[in-house]
Design a protein around this ligand. Structure first.
Ligand SMILES: NC(=O)C1=CN([C@@H]2O[C@H](COP(=O)(O)OP(=O)(O)OC[C@H]3O[C@@H](n4cnc5c(N)ncnc54)[C@H](OP(=O)(O)O)[C@@H]3O)[C@@H](O)[C@H]2O)C=CC1
Ligand SMILES: O=C(CO)[C@H](O)[C@H](O)COP(=O)(O)O
Ligand SMILES: [Zn+2]
Length: 341
């Protein structure tokens, strides 16, 4: 099959390439419909990664958050038109200990391998998760980010001590908001505190028990466990505050991506017996748990619909470039492309 792939060849420059795809019985052909942007994509688009990383990964199609319609299934298991969330991670090896999203051999779309900015996606069938028909498709576009939140809270469940009284989230953006909605489902009896830099963003977290501006946290505020959802240099200050406000022996899950190493007060980490656990990407299992949570909780779906920040139809390379530029100035929520190329 001949396919049109929209690849970033250098910062701010896309080119369409015609690629011959080999489709076998294990694959599905999916037409991408709704795509949403992750910070990882904007770092490539705006050339904010190191020259070495850009050289190693480009050219490639961006976007690892998307839903699309099955147009062809060689085994006829999926009806044409079925909406599926596409898992961007494709494992090529199995390991009894290391999970698929932490295996260096796995192929992650839009990080060295073509993402979903394509006319058709040739998707291994175990990478497709059916999206229930009552899901808002704009919200469904970022199920991948919901699955990352699920991966984080699943890892928190298996790492933390027994103290579930207070869960603290640092970061008042997309990932913080998604993780906060999931805390309400996965830890329903815990108090949820959210720590951010913008009162106008914190106002969206109306379901949290309390929100704090990070320059105005009372010294006696304590969290049992914490999740860092900030990224960039903001991670350093966030990790420092987590160390100050977490209970001894607490666990902090780190999710924000920083281009440069950040400093960590290891003396306090040692003295308080803290666990810092990194979380990146997600697995098929996380996608399934994410869809199960959303299916059984209309209130979570409604909350996540509030995260749809900017929607635009794109039909040309110029539209795609304009869309990425708009993402830079969008203040709240996820940017979703209606893919019409
Ligand atoms: N581990 C993984 O698999 C994944 C990681 N990520 C990463 O997570 C990070 C966040 O993504 P996303 O939520 O979309 O980004 P956003 O920009 O939407 O949100 C980050 C928010 O955190 C705020 N912030 C910055 N510093 C602090 C601080 N010290 N304390 C509290 N809040 C702070 C920011 O404010 P301001 O804008 O003023 O700095 C911003 O409002 C990114 O680095 C992204 O790449 C995303 C998806 C998956
Ligand atoms: O966003 C993510 C998962 O949803 C990850 O942070 C992203 O995949 C990291 O990739 P890269 O190393 O290319 O920045
Ligand atoms: Zn991402």
């Amino acid at each position: 099959m001949l396919n049109q792939v929209y690849r970033l060849v250098s910062p701010r420059q896309f080119e369409v390439e015609t690629v011959a795809e080999e489709v076998d019985a294990d694959d599905l052909i999916v037409r991408p419909k709704f795509l949403s942007i992750c910070h990882a994509d904007t770092r490539y688009f705006f050339g904010q990664r190191s020259q070495a990383a850009l050289r190693a990964k480009l050219p490639m199609a961006l976007i690892h958050e998307a839903v699309g319609e099955v147009v062809y299934d060689p085994r006829n298991e999926y009806k044409p038109g079925t909406l599926v969330a596409m898992v961007p991670n494709t494992p090529v090896k199995k390991d009894s200990i290391i999970q698929e999203n932490y295996l260096p051999s796995s192929r992650f779309r839009s990080s060295g391998y073509d993402g979903f900015m394509q006319e058709y996606v040739c998707l291994r069938r175990d990478r497709a998760i059916t999206v229930p028909s009552d899901f808002d498709p704009h919200m469904a576009a970022f199920i991948e980010m919901v699955s990352v939140g699920v991966q984080a809270l699943t890892k928190l469940e298996s790492t933390m001590d027994e103290d579930q009284r207070v869960i603290g989230i640092w970061g008042d953006g997309n990932l913080g908001y998604i993780t906060a909605t999931l805390v309400k489902q996965i830890f329903p009896d815990s108090q949820l505190l959210v720590f951010g830099r913008h009162q106008s963003k914190l106002d969206y977290f109306s379901f949290a028990d309390k929100t704090y501006l990070v320059d105005d946290i009372p010294a006696d505020v304590k969290v049992s466990q914490a999740l860092e959802c900030t990224g960039g240099q903001g991670s350093e200050a966030a990790i420092q505050q987590i160390i100050q406000h977490i209970q001894p022996m607490g666990t902090a899950i780190l999710m924000g991506v920083s281009e440069n190493p950040v400093g960590i007060d290891t003396r306090s980490v040692l003295a308080e017996g803290l666990t810092l656990r990194g979380v990146s990407r997600s697995s098929r299992e996380d996608f399934k748990r994410a869809v199960d949570i959303l299916s059984s909780s209309p209130v979570t779906r409604e909350r996540l619909q509030n995260l749809v920040g900017y929607v635009q139809k794109v039909s040309s390379i110029q539209d795609i470039t304009n869309f990425f530029d708009s993402a830079l100035t969008n203040y709240w929520g996820k940017e979703v492309m209606e893919w019409d190329v």
